[in-house]
Design a protein around this ligand. Structure first.
Ligand code: ADP
Length: 222
């Protein structure tokens, strides 16, 4: 599909090359099909901003955010090779809600700023901001960068089946992740658009196609 901007006048065209007019937040439970959806949108020429990737990038070796974390928790957060000791930090915040809040007070603003910078660089007609905890992690402020929320929905049984087939994670670990995420009902309640991914991949893409058309139309009106 064409990546060219379809805009009614040259002024609008110049604006759309500076920043996209419509930001669609894409979310869903583990194994629902978020990555499959973002891959499809990317193939249509739509820029994808992935909160998981940003979360890794902002904590990269030598980053300001990692130094802030070191000042807060101590030198143990950084391994000998200069990278963050993710396992150690994960185990701390798993056992301490206060530590989790302190961690998020450092990471969330950094993630939001990085997401905003990527949005400003994006040139596609609209842009997808993909975040597994877009709705749960409202304090990260990513949801309010979005004008529209698209939820990819699947039954818990399907989520479990797909996620365990994709990674060698145990069923109990996937269930633990699901327990930390919103229920389907709660998540869908926050959605502007819900795509139920309950068929094969071609059926899934057929459901995404009309939304892509809708977002292209909306992007022109923003
Ligand atoms: P998420 O990013 O939401 O965790 P993925 O997009 O990675 O989920 O999907 C989980 C796994 O299931 C992947 O291996 C993906 O290719 C596969 N998958 C997703 N949707 C379908 C579908 N409709 N039919 C078959 N396999 C699917």
């Amino acid at each position: 599909m064409s990546q060219h901007h379809v805009t009614p006048n040259s002024q609008a065209s110049a604006q759309s090359s500076i920043r996209p007019r419509l930001v669609v937040g894409l979310t869903g439970g583990i194994g629902s099909g978020k990555s499959a959806a973002t891959k499809w949108f990317f193939e249509q020429g739509i820029d994808i901003i992935d909160a998981d990737i940003i979360a890794h990038e902002v904590m990269a070796k030598g980053s300001k955010t990692l130094r802030q974390l070191q000042r807060k928790f101590g030198d143990w957060v950084i391994k000998d090779n200069g990278e963050m000791d993710r396992a150690a930090v994960r185990s701390l915040v798993f056992s301490s809600p206060d530590a989790l809040m302190e961690l998020e007070a450092i990471t969330h603003p950094a993630i939001r700023e990085a997401a905003k910078a990527k949005l400003a660089q994006s040139t596609s007609e609209y842009v997808i901001l993909s975040a597994p905890l877009l709705i749960e992690g409202a304090e990260a402020g990513l949801a309010n960068l979005c004008q529209r929320i698209l939820v990819i929905d699947a039954t818990e049984a399907t989520q479990l089946e797909r996620a365990s087939r994709r990674d060698a994670q145990s069923i109990s670990r996937i269930k633990a992740i699901m327990a930390n995420q919103l229920s389907r009902e709660e998540r869908n309640h926050h959605a502007d658009d819900v795509v139920v991914n309950d068929g094969d991949l071609d059926a899934f893409y057929d459901k995404l196609a009309p939304l892509h058309e809708l977002y292209l139309q909306q992007a022109k009106l923003c």
